[in-house]
Design a protein around this ligand. Structure first.
Ligand SMILES: NC(=O)c1ccc[n+]([C@@H]2O[C@H](COP(=O)([O-])OP(=O)(O)OC[C@H]3O[C@@H](n4cnc5c(N)ncnc54)[C@H](OP(=O)(O)O)[C@@H]3O)[C@@H](O)[C@H]2O)c1
Length: 275
């Protein structure tokens, strides 16, 4: 299909932030956009539709995908974007908090892929865009499970690309650095990270840096523009980084610098030093 023709796009987590910016830009560009939210009634969508989807529930994901397929007959592009952040020292994170995060950020992608791939395989076409993070390339202190979910998404997508390529389906990763969205307000803090935690003081110092960086991050529209460009371009690369130059350069530095030197730089950025 010609990239300029309206493509049917499903974007998970389109009630705010990056998902919403993608929905607005792609629909303005003439694409047929379906965004998802767990509470679609609470969100205003102009020029695109919102459907209910909780990516942690198989039935909810299947119902939303079926609704789009019934209305449009196809889904050309999926932006797997729904996600949230969990902060706290690894020692303070409960198994329930870790599983909840992985259920949304990682297994949510599995559920959506399983629901859309049969129709994409049948049509021998489709593009899966996975919103990862630069935190999926560099492990950040007090964000262990957030980083783990994005590292896992990176591996999952590398594998998936090779499996679906023979069916004419493409998959790619978009890795934003810090972006100004509601992720900061919606971040879940490990329940045990408060008073009584051995990590309370360094955690709070690091969290101030994390939140400050996000509030000064790039606008969500920058990520949406990357999504639009790769959607309308030729064959997609494995990954696309978006964000401030210093943050994109940090990923390069990880491969170039000795590992302990790089780690020392990251630690000092978050106010940590070796004991
Ligand atoms: N902001 C950043 O600095 C940054 C950097 C790198 C990567 N990212 C990634 O970008 C993606 C979008 O985040 P954002 O920054 O735009 O945050 P956001 O403004 O908080 O938006 C998160 C979206 O995810 C949806 N969501 C959360 N849990 C869900 C679930 N169980 N089922 C369905 N939808 C769910 C929310 O929808 P409802 O609550 O309406 O259901 C919301 O639309 C995430 O994957 C995040 O990890 C963000």
């Amino acid at each position: 299909m010609d990239a300029s023709q309206g493509r049917v796009v499903l974007i998970t987590g389109a009630s705010s932030g990056i998902g919403r910016a993608c929905a607005e830009l792609l629909s303005a560009r003439g694409h047929i956009v379906y965004g998802t939210s767990r509470r679609p009634g609470a969100v205003e969508a102009r020029g695109w539709r919102l459907v209910e989807m909780d990516v942690t529930r198989d039935d909810s994901v299947q119902r939303a995908v079926d609704e789009v397929l019934t209305r449009e007959g196809r889904i050309d592009v999926v932006v797997n974007n729904a996600g949230y952040a969990l902060a706290g020292a690894l020692e303070d994170i409960s198994v329930e908090e870790a599983s909840g995060l992985l259920d949304t950020n990682l297994l949510g992608v599995l559920r959506v892929c399983k629901a859309v791939l049969p129709s994409m395989r049948e049509r021998r076409a489709g593009l899966l865009i996975h919103i990862s993070s630069l935190g999926g390339m560099v492990g950040l202190p007090f964000q262990s499970f957030y980083s783990a979910s994005k590292f896992a998404l990176e591996g999952l997508t590398e594998s998936l690309r090779q499996e679906v390529a023979p069916f004419g389906i493409q998959a790619t990763l978009v890795q934003p650095g810090d972006v100004r969205t509601r992720l900061t307000e919606n971040r879940v803090k490990a329940q045990r990270s408060g008073p009584g935690s051995a990590y309370q003081a360094p955690f709070e110092t690091a969290l101030r840096t994390i939140e400050n960086d996000e509030r000064n991050g790039v606008p969500a529209e920058d990520v949406a523009r990357t999504v639009l460009e790769l959607m309308e371009g030729g064959p997609v690369r494995v990954r696309y980084a978006v964000g401030k130059l210093a943050q994109r350069a940090a990923v390069l530095a990880k491969w170039v610098l000795p590992s302990r030197t790089f780690e020392q730089i990251v630690m000092s950025l978050y106010g940590l030093s070796r004991g």
